[in-house]
Design a protein around this ligand. Sequence first.
Ligand SMILES: Nc1nc2c(ncn2[C@@H]2O[C@H](COP(=O)(O)OP(=O)(O)OP(=O)(O)O)[C@@H](O)[C@H]2O)c(=O)[nH]1
Ligand SMILES: [Mg+2]
Length: 202
Amino acid sequence: MSKKNVLLKVILLGDGGVGKSSLMNRYVADRFDSQSFHTIGVEFLNRVLEVDERLVTLQIWDTAGQERFKSLRTPFYRGADCCLLTFAVNDLQSFQNLGCWKKEFMYYSDVKDPERFPFVVLGNKVDMEQRKVGVEEARAWCEENGCCPYFETSAKDDTNVTAAFEAAVREVLAAEDQIDHALLSSTIDLHGNRKTSRSSCC
Ligand SMILES: Nc1nc2c(ncn2[C@@H]2O[C@H](COP(=O)(O)OP(=O)(O)OP(=O)(O)O)[C@@H](O)[C@H]2O)c(=O)[nH]1
Ligand SMILES: [Mg+2]
């Protein structure tokens, strides 16, 4: 039997220079460039993967983190299924800005159910020595912000990169399963209602 292929859009957000493009390129092309250029606007790449026996085309949207490109990136937030909030563990400011990124995403994406929207947080550049953000501090932020999963990554060393993107897919599929379940329950309810109205009217 052929497997159903779903298309999921995930979006990488975070300060300029934290490593968003590097994470995407490591995951999709298994490449790392130590002298990459700042992104202007947005770029996307696809990768097909299998998660829990489901075929998924993951469409990764990489955005420009620099403030001057804000108007070029925000129109692409709509339709995202998951948002990967990224900071660099050696850059305290990029961690402190996570809340601003979340707010910006919520404002422009216009998601239907903000409480349940899946976020994953990535603390990148763990290969670097001058760490400014501790793992517990990062986990605490995730806990206070909807219990989103946290991954410490290195695009350079290929640490946890696959795990982080797969977690994003799992978060989306789990959220969709919840919606399917809710829809199924309301279908049953509707049946029940129809039966009730029949018996009272006809
Ligand atoms: N040591 C180390 N360097 C990294 C890592 N990830 C990215 N870099 C380097 O950090 C710099 C910025 O990386 P980018 O991937 O361009 O950052 P970005 O978040 O896409 O930046 P913008 O496009 O401006 O938003 C580059 O010189 C990368 O080589 C990592 O995991 N470890
Ligand atoms: Mg970039």
